[in-house]
Design a binder for this molecule. Structure first.
Ligand code: FE2
Ligand code: FE2
Length: 344
């Protein structure tokens, strides 16, 4: 926040000569007043809206987080879309298509929320395509069998809900409001995954084994979705002070384990962690160490599907160029040039 104040004062002091210091001082005083109003609003749990003054670092942090979230939604369509043509029944196919389409919608809400911060969707997509912005590493793992669709719904969408429900109370209004609808849809995604896995678990021996194998592969990457441990997380403390985040990575991870462990029992499946057990004293499940080397490695681009996901995304963007051009021409025809004259 001090950087903002200094920057504002500096830019006011470019003219030189008498009166410059006064102008710089005035700008600094104004910035401090803005900051005090912002801090008070955050402290009072009020929402910050797009036209409100906000520290540049708060704006940049939100753009980074919302963009990463939006990118995750649209990249996340790929692993499951992989199974649309091979879904085992018409019912499963219809559900999966609806789910994948929901994820595209989530991307749209989130890109729109990011745009209220003064960035553009083109700019954000460009950063995704050039690797300058990230998406969740979970989507760099392959979907090898139909059971993976169930495991993703149950565990990946389940972890996403755990992460996103507190974001409905995020201090930035447009992000918080987008999250309300997203969470409702994620809840449907989680249930469809659980139900698909339950059907497999109660099916033939081979189907049960397929469900167990999928859970074995998706469990640990799902725990990594909450991000690095609190003492290694660079953004957590500031994001919590600004009330963008309400809980730390480790708190949310524990909450997720506490929800998923009894659900695995109900599914008749096990979680691949020999250290997982209820701790009466803590009132939580204990769980084993996470392989953070794998997490950082996948984040760096070395996961099984990083290259495939990004190249497919770039290709989809290129293939969609004509749609964007047509939409822009249509908008121009109806709102620009014609001064709003009705079309015949
Ligand atoms: Fe989503
Ligand atoms: Fe989802």
């Amino acid at each position: 926040m001090t950087a903002v104040t200094a920057g504002t004062a500096g830019s006011a002091g470019t003219a030189g000569g008498a009166g410059t210091i006064g102008a710089a001082d005035a700008a600094a005083v104004e910035a401090a007043a803005h900051e005090a109003v912002f801090d008070a609003a955050v402290a009072a749990d009020e929402r910050i809206e797009p036209r409100d003054w906000m520290p540049e670092a708060y704006r940049a942090s939100l753009v980074r987080q919302i963009a990463q979230h939006a990118h995750s939604e649209i990249i996340g369509m790929q692993p499951e879309a992989n199974w649309i043509t091979r879904a085992p029944s018409l019912r499963r196919k219809a559900i999966l298509m609806a789910k994948v389409q929901d994820e595209a919608g989530h991307g749209l809400y989130l890109y729109s929320a990011a745009e209220t911060l003064g960035t553009s969707r083109d700019e954000l997509l460009d950063k995704l395509h050039s690797g300058r912005q990230k998406y969740s590493s979970i989507f760099n793992y392959p979907t090898l069998t139909w059971a993976d669709v169930g495991a993703i719904g149950w565990l990946v969408d389940g972890a996403a809900i755990t992460n996103q429900v507190p974001l409905c109370r995020c201090s930035y209004g447009p992000y918080a409001r987008a999250m309300v609808r997203v969470c409702k849809e994620e809840s449907f995604h989680q249930r469809q995954g659980y139900e698909a896995l339950l059907a497999l678990s109660n099916g033939t021996e081979a189907q049960h084994a397929m469900a167990q194998d999928a859970v074995n592969r998706w469990w640990w990457p799902s725990l990594m979705m909450f991000g690095p441990p609190d003492d290694e997380s660079t953004h957590t403390a500031q994001a919590m002070a600004w009330k963008i985040k309400r809980h730390s990575n480790d708190e949310l991870r524990q909450r997720f384990v506490d929800i998923a462990a009894p659900q695995a029992d109900a599914l008749g499946l096990t979680l691949p962690d020999p250290d997982l057990r209820w701790n009466e004293e803590r009132g939580h499940y204990d769980f084993g160490p996470i392989d953070w080397t794998e997490f950082w490695d996948v984040l760096k681009g070395n996961g099984p599907c990083n290259d495939q996901r990004l190249s497919k995304r770039r290709q989809a963007h290129e293939d969609g160029a004509w749609v964007r051009e047509a939409a822009a021409a249509h908008a121009e025809k109806h709102t620009g040039g014609n001064n709003g004259k009705a079309q015949a």
